[in-house]
Ligand binder design. Sequence first.
Ligand code: A2P
Length: 349
Amino acid sequence: MNGYSVAIVGATGAVGTKMIQMLENAAFPIKEVILLASKRSVGKKLLFNGKDIEIQETTNESFDGIDIALFSAGGDISKQFAPEAVKRGAIVIDNTSAYRMDPEVPLVVPEVNAEALKQHKGIIANPNCSTIQMVVALNPIRNKFGLNRVIVSTYQAVSGAGNAALKEMHDQAQQMLNEETYEAHILPAGGDKKHFPIAFNVLPQIDVFDEDGYTKEEWKMTNETKKIMGDDGIKVSATCVRVPVVFGHSESVYIEVEDETASVEQIQNLLNTAPGIILQDDPSQQRYPTALAIQGEKEVFVGRIRKDIDEEVGYHMWIVSDNLLKGAAWNSVQIAEKMHELGLLNVKA
Ligand code: A2P
């Protein structure tokens, strides 16, 4: 059978399992799917298109004969294996932060900068989940009215921190409801000194802090937005917050456009027809997106668009998307689809 050989590294993880699902409906032919994880998972099986596939340990040899390798097993694993996968002929689409700011590596959201794929040298980076949904919504506005400044506060789901963090939230919630003692070992950041409970709580820290008082997650939103939009002049500052939600990141976004003639109605009309966006914006009907309601959807949902009370060129909006789909697994598979469409995959498919 003709088609691509696809490997998923981190196939047992929160994002990896969604990558398997997204591949089932991919718009390119697939010859075989190889599921890779750590030694711990060897022998476990996961379903792809109704067929059991055994998990294998990730080794250099895993990438022999692979055309597309989707990575989501943490930055260290990407650094260890992605160059090896490329050496062995695979195109790597990396969902970790390992290569995102590497000038040699395109950082791609297909609705925004698919053209950048043409510059690839084997590795393509999938942006940070919060950044992806924000740039999908802001790009049409930027193209039409110019964009000077973005101030964003995020409300990020626990699934973004992986399956172990989800289990910890679940356990804490049960223990709190039972009035038992509870512990925190993972959030706000695996690598940091202290940990705090996420159940029934809100944590204003995602990833570790830099010396300037911003977290690495916040810097990702600033730097990745500039790289994806190809414009260092856009001012972007973020406050990234973890909330006890399972799936779906929400964002309160304030923007300042260049064009003083812009209006809420024009922005709504733009977003209503833009690719990958669903507008849900009608306060009279209490119509706006929520994380629970959009779970499992691939699009970016936008509502609550309103003009700033004081600033003539300022607008506020509410942007919600499934962090494991458009924020991760779907954007990665969509990159592969786009590469197939552009003839950038060198195959027998
Ligand atoms: P495993 O399940 O074998 O530990 P999450 O993002 O949900 O935390 O998942 C992380 C993913 O990264 C899992 O699929 C996990 O596999 C995988 N992973 C962790 N360590 C390694 C490793 N050393 N080699 C390959 N995959 C790994």
